[in-house]
Design a protein around this ligand. Structure first.
Ligand SMILES: Nc1nc2c(c(=O)[nH]1)N[C@H]1C(S)=C(S)[C@@H](COP(=O)(O)OP(=O)(O)OC[C@H]3O[C@@H](n4cnc5c(=O)[nH]c(N)nc54)[C@H](O)[C@@H]3O)O[C@H]1N2
Ligand SMILES: Nc1nc2c(c(=O)[nH]1)N[C@H]1C(S)=C(S)[C@@H](COP(=O)(O)OP(=O)(O)OC[C@H]3O[C@@H](n4cnc5c(=O)[nH]c(N)nc54)[C@H](O)[C@@H]3O)O[C@H]1N2
Ligand SMILES: [Mo]
Length: 871
């Protein structure tokens, strides 16, 4: 999204506000942006280089890495090494890493986690436009009369943009959501098409066929600017494109489909947002092409309020696509053709520009597994959590002779496999530029001095390059110099590439520091909001290409053994692998632990109850998560969030389950569909453990373990299927080194054990076990940790296992920005607040980023339903 953030440092603390002058967010921030101040502390940071877990000097670490990479390359060739990088690097970092791998090591083996994210859209763009070009800009979202969200849960994943579109709705903009789940984006939309998983190509092809039938195609635009229309028309003729047939295949009602067709036909100002529901598919490229085809055929591109819009997720996914972070391209939108390779060689004075594309992420880790890659350097990404079939990724790294990890955090799941760990600067410390979804370049400025020995990622790359003997090409003294070189490269011998930052090639350090947001292509006149306004594309003949695509099913069909479709994605308040949002307790309250969402009809048939633990099993692995029953899920489909890790919930991780099926052209994994089955877990005992510090699940026990951060302590929930000896083993592990005496209550007959330890007058630890099931609410206990001294009443309550007075379940946090719990909102509604604004006024909920507004609306609707029912 590329939001402008204003931050005022005070020691290591920050006061955060949205930057009202920034074009991306105009002053607004989401829950995660607002909580940035909670994530800049130094706890859990990696602050010194380490070899084999032991602190070492930078000189030592750098020379070991350079030595090992050089030696491996000398013995096994340049393709025996690889970099796996990330859209969370700055453009300057990305540029440096790509230059070293593709220009000086001479291999294409640098790929980025954008492979898991944008790769399908990139290929679709290249096929249609001749280069990876995003036509529109955020202003188009204000101007559009119709916005189609295709596999995009914007209310949670781009809440600030979503609020902008909600404002546009007030003046008549309409929303259609295409998503198998009724997400918060779909909740209040004008139309929700809850299509069967992986049927998007059929849907969009059906739409195009309908537009052709109605004569809603812009023949003049096609004649002047588009090639391939006839081929696409011929492809469409291969299938029955009647609304009835399309609706049946997509699993939606014919009337809804016809309404969709009608809305699109009558609305020239249409924007089609597409995100992970489109890209993360074995037909990700085809989905993208089918969407682009509709816009090209109707001329709805390059015009205000009309464009297909692939929306990026990470702060700098786009910067990586520009600078050659993907294995399939060279820097500056150049390909591996002889002319481009020679040009780059000249520009860099590089000895051996990579001859061809390197390995894409999933293939790259396969190559690590089978020994073709013998040294890998992972920067700013956590592949042990985020790649599909992650057990395989673990095994690959375990077997790899040399693994380097650059991260700002010390103990990520991936860092556990590193031979060498390198401390990187984090947000608030690093200094450079990022590019957002609308091609907008924003300066990210440093707020804090570098902590410990942490260094900028580009600097670390340059240090290693220098130690490998390439110092002449990597002698930058600051990020401004890296940026200038990158801007110069984008303009170098550039007669035909739209990606051009030429006028920025001469920025002085002062001008770089003061750089205002600007969208590429950058011309002498400034930035460019929209591309293709003149109908010219970056193809040899200047015409866009429509690409025929046929609808196919998912890579792996469901079967008797695995009858359901497992879908994965994001929750509202967490960011990916939680290395940062997991530091902010206020972001851990909305979805405190891993869950699996399923339709009540499926759950009843399987004997899985609301809130019970359920086992989700695929051919790759299994996970255990809390069942959430909801009719927002399609029968036959289940959904799990992607975020939880070994550190937070070892048995609740989604990615050990996900099949590594990829799109054949983009290499992007099908994260949204893996055949699965679900059954009840049926624990025989459970409990929880509160401590001031974070604990990992004790080794060697078969437990379901989750850690949930609170303000003054860490809550650890656990459950198991073992018997008394296993419980005793856990108890022993949790209490082994606790000094002092416990307050203790035990009722062996009822299978209940409660213990509390004091540290002086403060509460130090609490353990509850039960075999009968009932456990008290945890919040009051967690809050006791904030008290300096426990009263006699508190001690009594601990033993009784109940909060004094009337226990109130405060429920999950609905509004993370203002910390408003479900119970408070329910009370406000019961007391007569009958609109979003009234609830906001009474409780403060929903007044900041607004990402909780759909949920509050749902609570209001439920209360109205209940009242009607009672009446
Ligand atoms: N809160 C939060 N926001 C984030 C992030 C985060 O971690 N947390 N990450 C950022 C990043 S990197 C990214 S890439 C974006 C991703 O943003 P989104 O793409 O909005 O997020 P997802 O939840 O991965 O997936 C979107 C939707 O695709 C749907 N889907 C599944 N299968 C299909 C299908 O076959 N067809 C269609 N049409 N839809 C389907 C899912 O049900 C899901 O609701 O979010 C960014 N914003
Ligand atoms: N099941 C499933 N899996 C998915 C997805 C899905 O929808 N479903 N989505 C995929 C998508 S779209 C994405 S983008 C990926 C994201 O997956 P990852 O990239 O693995 O997730 P992050 O948690 O963002 O990892 C970033 C890492 O970099 C570190 N870091 C942060 N800033 C810096 C920095 O400046 N320098 C360095 N060196 N380190 C830094 C963080 O501490 C963290 O360890 O996940 C993918 N995986
Ligand atoms: Mo992403």
């Amino acid at each position: 999204m590329g939001c402008g953030v204003s931050a005022v440092p005070d020691g290591r603390r920050l006061k955060i506000t949205g930057d009202p002058a920034h074009p991306a967010n105009l002053g607004r921030l989401c829950s995660k942006g607002s909580a940035l101040g909670s994530t800049v502390g130094l706890e859990d940071r990696l602050l010194h280089p380490a070899i084999g877990g032991r602190k070492t000097s930078w000189n030592d670490a750098i020379s070991r890495i350079a030595g090992r990479f050089s030696e491996t390359i000398a013995r096994h060739g340049p393709d025996s090494v690889a970099f796996y990088v990330s859209g969370q690097l700055l453009t300057e970092d990305y540029y440096a890493a790509n230059k070293l791998m593709k220009g000086f090591i001479g291999s294409g083996n640098i790929d980025t986690n954008s492979r898991l994210c944008m790769a399908s859209a990139v290929v679709a763009h290249k096929l249609a436009f001749g280069a990876d070009l995003v036509p529109g800009c955020y202003e188009d979202l204000d101007l559009a009369d119709l916005v189609i969200f295709s596999g995009h849960n914007a209310a949670w994943t781009h809440p600030v943009l979503f609020r902008r579109m909600e404002a546009a709705r007030a003046r008549g903009q309409r929303h259609v959501v295409i998503d198998p789940r009724r997400t918060d984006t779909a909740e209040d939309a004008d139309l929700h098409l809850a299509l069967a998983p992986q049927t998007d190509v059929r849907l969009w092809n059906g739409l195009l066929a309908d537009l052709i039938r109605r004569g809603a195609v812009d023949r003049a635009y096609v004649a002047a600017h588009v090639a391939g229309f006839a081929e696409v028309e011929a492809e469409l003729a291969q299938a029955d494109q009647s609304p009835a047939a399309v609706a049946a295949d997509c699993g939606v009602a014919v009337a809804d489909l016809e309404r969709f067709f009608q809305m699109v036909a009558e609305t020239p100002r249409t924007v089609s947002l597409f995100s992970m529901g489109a890209n993360q598919s074995a037909q990700g490229v085809a989905k993208g092409s089918a969407i682009l085809n509709v816009h090209l055929a109707t001329g709805r591109i390059g015009r205000p309020g009309a464009c297909p819009f692939s929306i990026t997720g990470q702060p700098n996914a786009m910067g990586g696509r520009e600078t050659g972070g993907m294995a399939t391209t060279l820097a500056g939108h150049m390909d591996f053709d002889p002319v481009s390779r020679a040009r780059l060689g000249r520009f860099w004075s590089a000895p051996r520009v990579a001859a061809g594309p390197g390995l894409k992420a999933v293939d790259m880790f396969d190559a690590v597994a089978d020994g073709r890659i013998r040294a890998i350097w992972i920067m700013a990404t956590n592949p042990v959590v985020s790649l599909p079939d992650s057990a395989r990724v673990r095994a690959a790294l375990e077997a790899c002779p040399f693994v380097v990890v650059s991260d700002c955090m010390a103990d990520t799941d991936t860092a556990a496999f590193a031979h060498i760990k390198l401390p990187a600067l984090a947000w608030g410390e690093k200094d450079g530029t990022v590019t957002n979804s609308e091609r907008g370049i924003t300066r990210q400025r440093r707020l804090f001095e570098p902590p410990g020995e942490a260094r900028a990622d580009w600097r670390i790359v340059a240090d290693v390059a220098t130690a490998m003997g390439f110092g002449d090409a990597f002698g930058w003294r600051g990020s401004a110099q890296v940026f200038r070189e990158w801007a110069r490269l984008s303009a170098y011998e550039n007669t035909d590439r739209m990606l051009n930052l030429g006028p920025l090639a001469g920025v002085t350090p002062e001008a770089y520091d003061a750089l205002e947001p600007i969208q590429w292509p950058v011309t002498a006149a400034g930035g460019t909001a929209r591309l293709f306004t003149d109908g010219r594309y970056q193809t040899p003949d200047g015409r866009a290409r429509m690409i025929p695509v046929a609808a196919r099913g998912p890579a792996e069909a469901t079967s008797a053994g695995y009858p359901m479709s497992l879908n994965t994605g994001r929750v509202r308040d967490h960011w990916h692998t939680m290395t940062r949002t997991g530091l902010a307790p206020e972001l851990c309250r909305h979805a405190p632990e891993p869950y699996v969402e399923m339709h009540p009809a499926d759950a009843i048939a399987l004997g899985v109850g609301e809130g019970a633990l359920a086992r989700v099993v695929t051919a790759q692995g299994e996970a255990i998560a809390i069942a959430r029953l909801t009719d927002r899920q399609r029968p036959g489909s289940v959904f799990m969030p992607m975020h939880w890790t070994e550190a937070f919930a070892p048995s609740g991780r989604a990615n050990p389950l996900v099949a590594p099926s990829v799109d054949p052209r983009s290499g992007q994994p099908e994260f949204k569909h893996t055949p699965a089955r679900v059954r009840a877990y049926r624990e025989t005992w459970r409990g929880f453990f509160l401590a001031r510090e974070a604990w990992r699940a004790p080794a060697g026990l078969d437990l379901v373990w989750r850690r949930i951060p609170h303000a003054a302590c860490q809550l650890h929930e656990f459950a198991g299927r073992g018997d008394a000896p296993e419980r005793a083993a856990l108890h022993k592990a949790l209490t082994a080194k606790v000094p002092g005496d416990a307050l203790r209550f035990e009722d062996p007959a009822a299978g209940v054990l409660r213990e509390a330890w004091l540290e002086g007058e403060r509460l130090g630890r609490v353990i509850f076990f039960t075999t009968s099931g009932a456990l008290p609410p945890r919040d009051w206990l967690a809050e006791l940790f904030a008290a300096d001294l426990l009263t006699a009443a508190d001690r009594m309550a601990l033993l009784i296992g109940r909060q004094p007075g009337h226990a109130v379940e405060t429920g999950p946090t609905v509004c993370a920005c203002r910390g408003v719990r479900a119970a408070r909102i329910e009370t406000a509604i019961a007391e007569g607040c009958d609109s979003l604004d009234a609830v906001g006024e009474a409780t403060g909920a929903g007044a900041n980023c607004g990402s909780c507004r759909p949920e509050i609306a749902r609570m209001l609707a439920a209360a109205r339903g209940a009242t009607r029912h009672a009446a």
